[in-house]
Write a new protein. Structure first.
Length: 274
């Protein structure tokens, strides 16, 4: 067993030895089920209204994509917090030094943590997709689950894994667990959604907002409730898009993960550990 494999095994045991991962998976499932159920119910209700056959003008596949996109569009804060807790928890309890005693090369320890976070994040994403998918199966018309919808689900797993890594990088930089959590909640639940909603009124602002992490995540997944407000408000159907295409959005999201972890490595990880 090589050193990276040993580090991966150790980090995996650290995560799965506590209740945190499955509690967050359960929260993810319930939260995604609630949000997916809300949007699936809205789509089904609007599609069944007596509107002369117009409804929302969406196919079952389009509805399914938007319902499943609620996992990455709203629930990404959960893997983000998981990554932050993994970064700050060992510092807070002063046990990170034990990892460095077992594996003196800190780069190997860091790599092991990042890989495990990607996997755990994907598992959280799978729980979210189950919650949203069940509600879609119950409320949406037949035909919502297609190859394109399944591919969106796969991209969601990757996006959620990357969000866990981003949270880890931010946690390394901030170090204080409470401050990290507050900053993440304020940015993801208030600042970025407000900026993105406002940007739809100005094309120049929309072109900048595309590069925010939440917008990049939506672009990579390939569907977004927030990025498709024209579904609910016809007056906004011509608003400028606030998301990138799939490929560039993926690279932007990866860049956030890489830069945050490398910055944490350079500024925090290589220093003395109490």
């Amino acid at each position: 067993m090589n050193r990276l494999t040993r580090s991966l095994s150790a980090e995996w045991r650290k995560v799965t030895a506590t209740k945190l991962w499955w509690i967050l998976a359960l929260v993810m499932l319930i939260y995604a089920g609630i949000m997916g159920g809300v949007f699936a119910g809205m789509f089904a209700f609007a599609d069944n209204l007596d509107t002369g056959g117009a409804g929302l003008g969406m196919s079952p596949e389009q509805m399914g994509k938007l319902v499943l996109s609620s996992v990455s569009g709203f629930c990404y804060v959960i893997p983000l917090l998981l990554g932050a807790i993994m970064a700050t928890g060992e510092l807070r309890h002063k046990i990170l030094g034990l990892s460095f005693i077992a594996e003196p090369k800190r780069g190997i320890v860091l790599t092991g943590k990042v890989i495990v976070l990607l996997v755990i994040g994907a598992l959280l994403g799978a729980a979210g997709l189950i919650g949203a998918g069940v509600m879609a199966a119950i409320l949406l018309p037949a035909g919502w689950l297609t190859t394109a919808t399944a591919l969106l689900g796969l991209r969601t797993l990757v996006a959620i894994g990357l969000w866990a890594v981003i949270g880890f990088g931010v946690g390394l930089l901030v170090r204080n667990q409470a401050v990290t959590i507050v900053l993440m909640l304020v940015f993801t639940q208030f600042i970025e959604p407000t900026v993105r909603a406002t940007s739809m009124m100005w094309e120049w602002m929309a072109s900048v907002v595309k590069f925010l992490p939440g917008s990049a995540s939506d672009g990579f997944v390939g569907a977004s409730i927030l990025g498709g407000m024209g579904v609910f408000d016809s007056s906004m159907s011509g608003a400028p898009s606030s998301v990138l295409e799939v490929a560039p959005a993926f690279f932007v999201l990866v860049a956030y993960a890489v830069v945050s972890v490398l910055a944490g490595w350079a500024l925090r990880w290589r220093g003395d550990v109490a």
